[in-house]
Design a protein around this ligand. Structure first.
Ligand SMILES: Nc1nc2c(c(=O)[nH]1)N[C@H]1C(S)=C(S)[C@@H](COP(=O)(O)OP(=O)(O)OC[C@H]3O[C@@H](n4cnc5c(N)ncnc54)[C@H](O)[C@@H]3O)O[C@H]1N2
Ligand code: MOO
Length: 341
């Protein structure tokens, strides 16, 4: 810190907040610590009685916190991610459009581990809305060494993908196949199809087939294969997922030749969910709880399906940590721990 005449301070960084009081009108910081003094500020500074001020002198290899935040924002924000103007050294990081938020956790941890920086985010793999807040970045001190910026750059260059990205959702054609003899015979009204449809509609999805079949392996299998022939890019089969003799859905999905990624997910509700791929088309078996519960394993996986991600076994088995829904009175998912790993 160094005291200099105010008239010589253009381009210098103010070392602490400077208070202005205009009786009956205003009391507060006229200039914040860290502010870079411009020509138009000089008159204002003199008006509040500052003929000399303490400034921080940036050395050749140092950066002001605002400049550091902008430089790092440019390094970490990839496709579909933008950041706001720095304010008090902090940028907010937001989504350019709706999509699946991807965060490289290793890069995030390594950057924070450097010290003197703070990069905080929400969890990844969630459906993020346009302009939704992804996180914030600031450097901890008022000035930071350019070497730190280089170190961050070095960490980020160990990956061929940016740390933060938003994958746009695809407009998939979907098929809903409702199983259950009681529904097929009209003993009860189908309540499952509409629940699934409304969940798919949130992703601008076109439902090209919506059919009801009895608990019969061949009929369910044929319906799945027909959906594929019709051009379905996502096939959902409801009901018949547990252990009763009439529960035929897992067997029927298998009989189509689909590769079963997981039958059973460590998620409650949603434990009996099945994820498979039939020639790269995701085919899911949905247990009764998806109709009954507000939020289940199905909601956790949907954004990934619509972003075109291939779901692997480890993606499913890793859901146990954070896989218990607390069934809050008002569901705030995805703004909760559910489905976050
Ligand atoms: N012994 C065990 N029993 C159950 C287990 C288990 O692990 N061991 N898991 C439970 C869990 S978890 C769930 S979830 C359900 C899964 O049920 P299913 O997917 O087999 O559902 P269904 O038996 O087909 O139906 C259950 C219930 O829901 C009604 N239903 C089904 N489809 C429709 C529809 N389209 N519209 C209206 N209502 C529908 C159906 O009539 C039944 O009442 O299994 C537990 N059991
Ligand atoms: O598939 Mo069930 O949730 O766990 O109710």
């Amino acid at each position: 810190m160094k005291a200099i005449p105010t008239v010589e301070a253009i381009g210098k960084v103010i070392a602490h907040d400077l208070t202005e009081i205009r009786p009956g009108e205003f009391k507060g910081a006229a200039f914040k610590k860290g502010h870079v003094i411009s020509k138009k500020d000089i008159e204002h500074l003199l008006r509040i009685g500052k003929e000399h001020i303490y400034v921080i002198e940036l050395k050749e290899d140092e950066l002001h916190e605002d400049d550091a935040a902008v430089s790092i924002g440019e390094l970490i924000c990839g496709e579909g991610v933008y950041f706001t103007e720095p304010s008090e050294g902090k940028i907010n990081i937001k989504a350019e459009y709706n999509g699946l938020l991807k965060i490289d956790r290793r890069l995030l941890d390594e950057v924070n581990d450097l010290g003197e920086v703070c990069l905080a985010t929400i969890h990844g793999n969630v459906n993020i809305q346009k302009d939704g807040l992804i996180g914030g970045f600031r450097v901890i001190p008022l000035i930071i060494s350019k070497r730190k910026l280089q170190a961050i750059n070095d960490i980020l260059s160990t990956s061929n993908k940016p740390m933060l990205r938003v994958k746009p959702f695809k407009q998939l054609k979907a098929a809903i196949i409702v199983t259950g003899g009681e529904v097929y015979r009209g003993l009860i009204e189908d309540k499952f199809g509409p629940v699934v449809k409304s969940k798919l509609n949130k992703y601008n999805c076109e439902v090209i087939m919506n059919t009801i079949v009895p608990d019969d392996i061949d009929e369910i299998k044929e319906a799945i294969l027909e959906a594929k022939t019709m051009g379905a890019e996502f096939i959902v089969v409801t009901g018949g997922m547990s252990v009763d003799p009439d529960d035929k859905t897992p067997g029927a999905i298998k009989a189509t030749g689909a590769e079963i990624i997981a039958y059973g997910t460590p998620v409650l509700p949603g434990s009996m969910l099945l994820v498979s791929y039939l020639d790269h088309i995701p085919v899911m078996g949905l247990p009764g709880c998806v109709m009954f519960s507000h939020t289940t394993a199905f909601d956790i996986l949907l954004p990934r399906v619509f972003a075109g991600e291939a779901i692997e076994r480890r993606d499913i088995t890793g859901l146990g940590y954070g896989g218990q829904c607390l069934k809050c009175k008002e569901c705030s998912f995805p703004i909760c721990h559910f489905g976050k790993v």
